[in-house]
Write a new protein. Sequence first.
Length: 176
Amino acid sequence: MSFLFRPCRFEMDYEAYARFLLEYHASLNLPYPFAMKLAFMCSPLQLGRTMLILDEGSYAYIGAAGCVYGTGEHDYEDRHRCQIEVAFLLEAYRSTGLFARAMAAFLEQIQTDNPAVETIQFWASPEHAELRKLVSRWRSLPGFKETAVGDRMFYTIPFIELLAYAEQRTKNPRPS
């Protein structure tokens, strides 16, 4: 199967990104009320970068990713920090290989869009088994950090390490 990793650049892309995530908001595993989920899903449209993932054969949307540059805590002036707000693939398409390709494509878009990024960070529920499995693969990266904050986990990874990891996985994919 072939896939497209399309950065959102035009109004039609922004609308497709928002519609796709709204359609699947219950599957995003964001442990927040709807209004807060909506903020996480849509803040990348104004404060960062968004990407759509399409099945090239059917041209159907199968995934999306979004991040913001900077943190609310520092009025988004700390643009060397990139916070992933959403990364989602439809369940039928989830595989290590596709995730690695999508991650590499998104990280390359981030690097082009904001070369100042030094750190990737994200929050997650510690109860999400699929995410725990994924995160366990990053624990071997020298700069990987995970911190429990209340009922959430906060993860940080140096950008260059995560990019190298993603690029390596796209060259030497693991079985799903």
